[in-house]
Ligand binder design. Structure first.
Ligand SMILES: *Cc1c(COP(=O)(O)O)cnc(C)c1O
Length: 467
């Protein structure tokens, strides 16, 4: 063994202790660490011939790289839809690294850690009150979950014409209908060879809504003259957290032949609270669902899962199987994740979720969801009270889409946001909503309190006076 490696091995306890202490220091100081900074590095560093050992590498990390870190797991990082990491999720994530399983099979001599993934998916189905007619698995994020789901949908579409697209390529134009898809679904259409231009945009409901207009949907379906199609629907649009009407879509399922996918990356968490579960009523009728865990479940990056109805497992295997050999017998008997999703090698991504679910239970996640939604309302009310801001859409769940009040201020929106973000007390994302420049604040972090809202409102007042 290389002598530096040998030295590290002998010093393992001390090394991990130092890393642990560093983690504790970061997390305990999260409130004070800026949400953005302008630090940079010269990344042309030469690789050394002789290894430094872990502790010297840690020292260099602290000197050169750690200054790049921002408080993204903290309570005032409201950009994108970024969750934090709870204590239990960190335990699970660290242990997933330590155990370093290659999670593929549920019954194999080389390890059966996929059973932990099965158990975790089963716990998630209970959290979301979904039936066990879904089979699920973990991927890196909602983008890959949409990709996986739409990949199976593509195979399903071919089957309606007696064709195997996975084997022979796409030989029929695929009809995709959607109203307000997330950009990652469109990216998935590009990656799947369907084409990012090849979808039909259905109208949204009149008024300030992003949800699909069911009668326009039905009109578009009728014009397909019985051709099958794929519907990409939304449980939580990213700007205004709007939801398609899943009961109405379920009814259409009785009448028309289509694959129904729901992107519920963060909005699926509505199901966790009695106050909001009506928003997803009927979603169990979908063929596939996407849900992110690194958002509202507050586990560290990267973590999401897909759910695909078990009746489609053979289509899923046709899409993703790792060899051209026919897959014989009951797919659950010699089940292996490498045959049902894009990756072959995969870490035990279920473990942080498993720890989180056991540690905090249904009530813990209901409390996180209800706290986030009340923080969103509180922030919205403060914005209105301030008088210099206006909401671009009603606050339906956890996202606040707003702008500087009045059209004359439109040209100042990006300067305002840049300066606000530069100050490092809060981070929000720019957006465009209905042709107006806006700002989006998304509440999913378990740590956010009313004090954070107060801090941010004060910052916003100060920046507003400056611009
Ligand atoms: C965040 C998000 C995605 C993409 O998720 P990643 O985890 O970044 O891959 C897809 N759909 C919706 C609705 C989202 O909010």
């Amino acid at each position: 063994m290389n002598s530096v490696l040998q030295h590290d091995l002998n010093d393992l306890e001390n090394i991990l202790e130092k890393a642990k202490q560093q983690g504790i220091d970061f997390l305990n100081d999260l409130e004070n660490i800026p949400t953005s900074n302008k630090n940079s590095i010269d990344y042309t560093r030469e690789l050394n011939e002789l290894g430094l050992g872990s502790l010297s590498a840690l020292k260099e990390f602290n000197e050169r790289l750690a200054p790049l870190m921002v408080a993204s797991p903290g309570p005032r990082y409201w950009g994108f839809v970024t969750g934090g990491s709870t204590p239990a999720s960190i335990v699970g994530d660290w242990l997933a690294t330590v155990y370093d399983q290659n999670t593929q099979a549920i019954k194999a001599q080389g390890g059966s850690s996929a059973l932990i993934e099965f158990e975790t998916i089963n716990l998630l189905l209970q959290l979301f009150e979904l039936p066990d007619s879904f089979l699920g698995g973990f991927v890196t994020g909602a983008t890959m979950s949409n990709f996986t789901s739409l990949g199976v949908a593509r195979q399903w579409f071919g089957k309606q014409f007696g064709k195997d697209f996975a084997k022979n390529g796409i030989s029929e134009p695929i009809n995709i209908l959607t109203a307000t898809p997330h950009s990652s679904s469109i990216k998935s259409l590009a990656m799947l060879g369907i084409g990012s231009n090849n979808y039909t945009t259905i109208k949204t409901i009149e008024g300030n809504r992003e949800a699909i207009d069911i009668s326009d949907l039905e009109k578009n379906i009728e014009s397909l003259n019985g051709r099958p199609f794929i519907l990409i629907s939304s449980a939580g649009t990213v700007n205004t957290a709007d939801f398609d009407d899943f009961l109405a879509i379920s009814k259409l399922k009785e009448k028309y032949n289509f694959w129904w996918h729901i992107d519920a990356a963060f909005g699926g968490f509505a199901a966790v609270s009695d106050k909001f579960k009506h928003l997803v009523e009927g979603w169990e009728g979908a063929d596939s669902i996407t849900i992110d865990c690194h958002k509202w479940l507050n586990v560290p990056y990267e973590s999401a899962f897909y759910l695909v109805k078990k009746e489609h497992t053979s289509l899923q295997i046709e899409t993703f199987q790792n060899s051209n050999a026919p897959y014989l017998g009951n797919p659950l008997e010699n089940f292996n994740y490498l045959n049902v999703l894009p990756e072959n090698s995969r870490r035990l991504r279920a473990l942080p979720v498993w720890f989180s679910l056991l540690a905090y239970g249904k009530e813990g996640f209901c409390d996180i969801v209800e706290n986030s939604t009340s923080m969103a309302l509180h922030f919205g009310n403060q914005l209105i009270e301030d008088g210099n801001f206006e909401l671009l859409a009603p606050i339906r769940l956890n996202n606040v889409c707003f702008t500087l009040k009045g059209d004359h201020n439109q040209e100042k929106v990006s300067q305002f946001l840049t300066e606000l973000n530069d100050r490092g007390k809060v981070f929000m994302t720019p957006t465009v909503y209905r042709n107006r420049k806006g700002i989006r604040a998304s509440f999913v972090n378990w740590r956010t309190t009313e004090n954070d809202i107060q801090t941010v409102i004060e910052e916003m007042k100060a920046v507003f006076l400056e611009i």
